[in-house]
Design a protein around this ligand. Sequence first.
Ligand SMILES: [Zn+2]
Length: 286
Amino acid sequence: MRVAGFLSRGKSSTPLPAPCIFVAAMPADDLDSALQRAADAIRAARYVGALTGAGLSVESGIPPFRGPGGLWTKHGEPPLNGFEEFLRDPKAAWQARLNPQGPMRELWETLRAAAPNEGHRALAALERLGLLRILITQNIDDLHRVAGSVAIAEIHGNYTLVRCLGCGIRHHRDDVDLHELPPICRACGEILKSDTVSFGEPIPFDVLEVCQQAARDCDCMIVAGTSATVYPAAHFPLQVRERGGTLIEVNPYPSEITPLCEVSLRGPAGVVLPHLVQLIEQRRGA
Ligand SMILES: [Zn+2]
């Protein structure tokens, strides 16, 4: 098992199915039984975490990066040495990012228009119930926070934030003066970069530490909308499983992580997770 604090692509021997959220919906009886088992596992667990990925964003109308209609499929993959390029010429990297006609424009417009879905809201509700302790997300779209989640570790960063490469402090992008590029940290004088993690960039130390602690603490992890193939995020559910914990998968289609999951809830997170929360609330009230 490779554990690295760098964003890298996992090696996948089988191509993933197209991210259609209605593929392989579960028969109602099977889903009901799986929901019961998932609710039992969550209620029995000492420390529940969640790992979410692009599937949840897709349900909010944000296209995936790869696959049909994917942003990278249409506009080309970002360079694998994106962080190195940023460091070599931060000003040019900022100019490219801010270019209103640049290839990222479609992504920014889509992200700004997106709203949380019922899956995001269900995870926030699970946290308010005191059951979900930490939510690790690979998504950069800020939708978990907008939905009300608080204990979030955004392992690939957050597109609304700008982060100092020196002291790690984060600012909302609207609070950063971008008249002179690259912007400079007022606290330490280092360069500010978008909080979103580029290829080749180390996962920010503070976030990685929270995630690693979560992987040690969790005896149950909900893996929603992700095939968990991108490291280092992919490592966390594996670590929970290796320690004897329970994995609950929420995904419309089977993926590489399916064989490791005790319960698979086949359906969109926005449909399945609200049912799960409702079931848990009913049992608590019983
Ligand atoms: Zn700083």
